[in-house]
Design a protein around this ligand. Structure first.
Ligand SMILES: Nc1ncnc2c1ncn2[C@@H]1O[C@H](COP(=O)(O)OP(=O)(O)O)[C@@H](O)[C@H]1O
Ligand SMILES: [Mg+2]
Length: 512
């Protein structure tokens, strides 16, 4: 499932959703939309699309135009100022909506159970933003507790209700790209400006280094704040920064400044971080103290209660009622942590221990005798999720994990000494089959090859998988990736010096 704007493209059922409304679409325009969505932010020529979609049939290029017209109508997209499909005159089309990392992949498309009070609170603070009250919220909670899921649901909900809202969302990532200066800010600004000329031209003035051609110094925190306030003058602006426990200092400075500034603005600032990162001396603590003086509020996400677990089971199993003992089993073994809960339910279904047939749930053995592993914990959950993978898939996941929660396929090909095309196919198949991986985007390498990026369903999976690789192999892989980087960027190593150093360090640390 891919999300863009308020829409979701459901490839399995060949349809399009707007919120919970199913929109009908004939197979050919659907295929065009799907191709564009899966190849975002680059020119797709008429020929490419026709070759890819109907290799055996002769289709007139003009026919594509009628499909695109139909799609624009359905998406309420304006050809003159497109949000989604841009026409590149005489050549083809470009899909503009960003392929936000992880967002909108199969991984995210699950029911959200419980959390009604939290969603209501967020919607209430959004209303305050519309009144220029400038609310700031800190969303905290342990890993897997559902911060990202809640943010996804909230963004979908306000987008659905307020066509004019602008949402900028950036995420900090642990790993080699993690500490790049302003990384989440640039991601948020990119998502804001995709398909919005007004935003793009404003940002080109405020942050020429990022949005205008030619060299320019990085914008200052003050300049970014002013540009964002200017943007919020006409449309309410929601800024979401996720997982700021991994953010670089410049991003933290910007967040603190945005939270402290007093000028009225239709601006809501929502930042999330893991509560287990609040050790003394951490930059985040400083940020929190800085924020304490402003109008900020903390929303702490706790475990799901038994009723929410039952709700989740009813939705996942499409059943009107669930045996009480099954709800108790899932609730107790997951301790109300939704990541654990979802993994347990997947396991029970994949092993046919639990079945759902026309809304009737059956359990193949006495519930007391189901062994999930006690105590519930990360190791148990990972074992449940990896159970059933073959050696090859496991090796692919391990090779991915050495680059971090988001990884490029080329690095894995280098680590495993396999051909990039084969590795790409294998990851694409893994992403289709399971809930462990999803496509996060594409990259063009210096030699012109395209390589996909993948993201682990949760960074906890990446950590656990990485931790299980035998040290000598891990170290060899890091060294191979460093070598490949040097080779690919020969003559321009400086641009990837940071990654080369990090892989070399990790490789050496392992052998030390
Ligand atoms: N309220 C919920 N209802 C159902 N499933 C949930 C809910 N919250 C989270 N999940 C599931 O748990 C997984 C982990 O949640 P996520 O939002 O990624 O956690 P966090 O961002 O706090 O680490 C998600 O992939 C989703 O499958
Ligand atoms: Mg998250």
């Amino acid at each position: 499932m891919h999300s863009f704007g308020e829409f979701r493209l459901d490839a399995a059922n060949q349809c399009l959703w707007r919120g919970d409304q199913r929109l009908s679409l004939a197979p050919r325009p659907f295929a065009v939309l799907r191709y564009l969505v899966e190849n975002p932010q680059r020119l797709v020529t008429h020929d490419e699309m026709l070759d890819a979609l109907w290799p055996e049939t002769y289709v007139l290029p003009q026919v594509l135009r009628t499909y695109v017209l139909e799609l624009r109508k359905l998406l309420e997209d304006d050809a003159a100022c497109p949000r989604f499909i841009e026409t590149v005159p005489k050549r083809g089309y470009r899909f503009l909506a960003p392929a936000a990392v992880g967002a909108g992949t199969d991984i995210r498309q699950h029911v959200i159970a419980g959390r009604a009070p939290e969603l209501a609170l967020l919607c209430d603070r959004f209303a305050a933003a519309q009144r220029s009250e400038r609310p700031t919220l800190l969303l905290t909670g342990e890993p897997g507790i559902g911060k990202t899921t809640l943010l996804d649901a909230f963004c979908d909900c306000i987008r659905h209700k307020n066509a004019a809202v602008r949402i900028g969302r950036g995420q900090s990532i642990e790993g080699f790209a993690g500490k790049e200066k302003f990384y989440p800010v640039r991601e948020a600004l990119n998502s804001l400006s995709a398909g919005d000329e007004k935003v793009r031209s404003l940002l080109a003035t405020a942050a020429p280094a990022w949005f205008a051609p030619g060299p320019a110094p990085d914008p200052s925190v003050g300049q970014i704040c002013e540009a964002l306030e200017e943007l919020s003058r006409t449309n309410t602006l929601l800024l979401v920064f996720e997982d700021i426990h991994w953010a670089d200092d410049s991003t933290l400075d910007l967040i603190a400044a945005l939270a402290r500034r007093r000028a009225p603005a239709h601006l809501m600032l929502l930042v999330s971080f893991r509560s287990d990162y609040l050790e003394a001396g951490h930059a985040l603590r400083l940020l929190q103290q800085g924020l304490a003086t402003g109008r900020r509020e903390e929303l702490h996400l706790g475990p799901l209660d038994r009723e929410a677990v039952a709700e989740y089971l009813r939705c996942e199993l499409r059943a009107g009622s669930i045996p009480a003992a099954l709800t108790s089993l899932v609730h107790q073994h997951s301790s109300g942590n939704p990541l654990y809960m979802a993994a347990i339910v997947d396991y029970l279904l994949s092993r046919h221990i639990v079945k759902s047939d026309h809304g009737k749930v059956s359990v193949s053995q006495p519930i007391e005798s189901i062994e999930i592993g006690v105590p519930p914990g990360l190791a148990t959950i990972i074992r449940l999720r990896l159970d059933g993978l073959n050696e090859d898939d496991r090796r692919l996941l391990e090779a991915g994990s050495i680059s971090g929660a988001i990884f490029p396929a080329w690095a894995c090909a280098a680590a495993l000494r396999r051909k990039l095309v084969d590795v790409e196919d294998a990851y694409a198949s893994l992403a289709r089959r399971g809930r462990l991986l999803a496509v996060a985007g594409h990259d063009e390498l210096p030699d012109g090859t395209r390589s996909s990026f993948y993201v682990f369903a949760h960074d906890l999976y990446q950590k656990a998988i990485y931790g299980e690789i035998p040290v000598p192999r891990r170290s060899q892989w890091h060294m191979r990736v460093a070598d490949r980087l040097r080779e690919m960027f020969a003559g321009n190593e400086a641009s990837v010096a940071h990654e080369i150093a990090a892989h070399t360090r990790a490789g050496k640390a392992d052998t030390a």
